[in-house]
Design a protein around this ligand. Structure first.
Ligand code: COA
Length: 261
């Protein structure tokens, strides 16, 4: 049914698997288009009571936005890409049915942002989280600057975003990014155990609870717009051109700061 996603509905729980394992499930445009189609299905199909999002294979949940699609983007194109990513993830955050991320490996960049847009997160013990966009001369563009700050606080968020370092599942649990860490073979079972409880509750009350909890998030200063504009601005720099090319050529980037010193 989809090119980049697998879906399976059992006992009211829809499991959505991002399925580009040879690219560590990187989010290209087609994944975003198909995620929006799945979101339509989640809203409209009353047989779906709740949702799990996970990644195909054992290595990655999602290793980020597809960097190959970033080559040669202008500021305006960068802003447009960020807008599409932000809008998609806002639809997940505001979905009327619970959506849990089951993080089975790398959740980097857009992968960490996808997991953070879900209502909560469960990870396998070998999962790794990070916002490595800085290594490309970029910043997070799909809500990461906003949601990471909300979830783990400003100091920890800035350290992760500015260093590009990864944290392991135990640290992510301690930071409050995760609800549970379990073995990889019990990851989906743990999520289903929680969702089975929620699926016995009033669907209207569940929807209103999500709505009310989300209303506690203060997006009034429109940090998302600031994120989009800063993300777009980065694309007009030599550093981002170098960072993106270096990743695709499998070498370390040499940024201007290093060239000058
Ligand atoms: N976009 C596009 N392709 C990606 C990707 C991404 N975000 N992440 C991984 N891939 C591709 C690699 O290019 C490689 O493709 P190839 O086999 O055709 O060359 C394949 O997935 C496997 O990745 P590889 O880098 O060989 O695996 P690894 O085990 O050496 O490293 C990671 C794993 C996750 C550390 C590394 O892939 C990585 O750093 N990915 C990018 C993370 C990132 O910067 N995300 C933010 C993007 S804005």
């Amino acid at each position: 049914m989809y090119n980049t996603l697998l879906t399976e509905l059992t006992d009211g729980i829809l499991v959505v698997t991002i399925n580009r394992p040879d690219k560590l499930n990187a989010l290209n445009k087609e994944v975003f288009v198909e995620l929006n189609l799945v979101l339509d299905e989640i809203v409209n199909n009353s047989a779906i009571q709740s949702v799990i999002i996970t990644g195909s294979g054992t290595k990655a949940f999602v290793a980020g936005a597809d960097i190959a699609e970033f080559v040669g983007l202008s500021t305006e194109e960068g802003i447009a890409i960020a807008q599409f990513g932000q809008d998609t993830f806002l639809r997940i955050e505001n979905a009327p049915k619970p959506i849990i991320a089951c993080v089975n490996g790398f959740a980097l960049g857009g992968g960490c942002e996808l997991a953070m847009s879900c209502h909560f997160r469960i990870a396998s013990a070998d999962a790794k989280f990070g916002q490595p966009e800085i290594n490309l001369g970029l910043i997070p563009g799909y809500g990461g600057t906003q949601r990471l700050t909300q979830l783990i606080g400003k100091g920890r968020a800035l350290e992760l975003i500015l260093t590009g370092n990864m944290i392991d599942a135990a640290t992510a649990l301690q930071y409050g990014l995760l609800n549970y860490v379990v073995s990889s073979d019990s990851l989906l079972d743990k999520a289903k155990e929680v969702l089975k409880i929620i699926n016995t509750k009033s669907s209207l009350a569940v929807k209103e609870a999500i709505h009310a909890v989300n209303a506690s998030l203060d997006y009034s200063k429109d940090g998302f717009e600031a994120e989009r504009n800063s993300f777009g601005k980065c694309f007009s720099t030599d550093d981002s051109k170098e960072g993106i090319r270096a990743f695709l050529e499998k070498r370390k980037p040499v940024f201007n700061r290093q060239k000058e010193s």
